[in-house]
Ligand binder design. Structure first.
Ligand code: CP
Length: 326
């Protein structure tokens, strides 16, 4: 595989290879010499048309730790504001010799276009496109789940392992979530059972064809399914009609009461269960401050694991011809 565009493109073998490589990368990060020479002389461009904190910084960190040259491009302050097209931006990056382009774009399908239109001769990594996909987020989520809930809890104990038999509840604004779409495919490929929990107005048309169960009731799901991991989704009010929620969203109080994770619901979780959130969080809406900062929360660890997972993705895409490839 030359690009990483969607978790739907990953076989179980690809996904486990990515997770195992990420574990090896994580091991290098705990040693004194964090920097590896692997991508010396290669250029990684971070092409961000939408805002980001975690994804952009961790791709930059990952590329630098592999000794690549990194160019950060943000649409704000670039010639995009003068009307430059994606094609002309891509041709410019090609002229500058980009080996990999990490792209976040508000339009679903933009990374696919960059990868396949013939404008670039570079590996394209999707860092989030519209409501479509965010594959490295799902990979870092799977990596975090595997580290906590599979084998002995050590990376050696998890090598080669999938997520068979684990139950994951993904809760909240599924409709607008590329994180949910990426996770459902990857978790299913890795053998986990997924339940999407949301009000009917925050579920997409066609969810019946997704490889998951669907529930409108969080308490019932927690009681009946006993999930090993609960992944809370950000309520994306900026993507809702009128920008404030419109018809999708009941009220902050009602949403929080029915679908928020707070102290009472924390008490319903199994002792080993972990609490996840891709960030950024709306504290007090989909997750309380107590739940976000609770010892069961692995939210900060998810961010740290993102660096190892993105190192693995860049390594396998750019240096994989010498080793195993995606
Ligand atoms: N999870 C995630 O994609 O966060 P950012 O928008 O900060 O990159």
């Amino acid at each position: 595989m030359k690009h990483l565009l969607s978790t739907a493109d990953l076989s179980k073998q690809d996904a486990v290879l990515l997770l195992d490589t990420a574990a090896q990368m994580a091991a290098t990060q705990s040693r004194e010499m964090k920097k590896l020479p692997t991508l010396r002389g290669r250029t990684v461009v971070n092409l961000f048309y939408e805002d980001s904190t975690r994804t952009r910084i961790s791709f930059e960190t990952a590329a630098k730790r592999l000794s690549a040259d990194v160019i950060n491009f943000s649409a704000k302050g670039s010639s995009v504001s003068k009307g430059e097209s994606l094609k002309d931006t891509a041709l410019t990056l090609h002229a500058m010799g980009a080996d990999a382009v990490v792209v976040r774009h508000q339009a679903s399908g933009a990374p696919h276009m960059l990868a396949h239109a013939g404008w670039l001769d570079a590996a394209v990594v999707n860092a989030g496109d519209g409501m479509h996909q965010h594959p490295t987020q799902a990979l870092l989520d799977a990596f975090t789940i595997r580290r906590h809930l599979v084998g002995s809890g050590s990376d050696e104990g998890t090598a080669g392992r999938d997520l068979a038999g684990l139950r994951v509840a993904i809760v909240g604004d599924v409709l607008h979530s590329r994180v949910a779409r990426s996770n459902v495919r990857l978790l299913h490929t890795l053998g986990a059972e997924v339940t999407m929990v949301a009000p009917p107005t925050l579920l997409p048309v066609g969810i019946e064809s997704w490889p998951c169960r669907v529930s409108f009731h969080l308490d019932e799901t927690l009681e009946r399914t006993k999930p090993d991991a609960v992944m809370m989704l950000r309520v994306q009010r900026e993507r809702m009609s009128g920008g404030a929620g419109g018809a999708f969203f009941p009220s902050v109080q009602e949403y929080s009461r029915k679908f928020g994770l707070g102290s009472q619901r924390l008490g319903m979780l199994a002792d080993h269960a972990i609490v996840m959130h891709p960030g950024p969080m709306n504290r007090g809406l989909e997750i309380s401050a107590e739940a976000a900062d609770h010892p069961r929360s692995v939210i900060v660890e998810q961010v740290a694991n993102g660096v190892a997972v993105r190192m693995a993705a860049l390594y396998l895409l750019l240096a994989g011809d010498e080793r195993n490839t995606l």
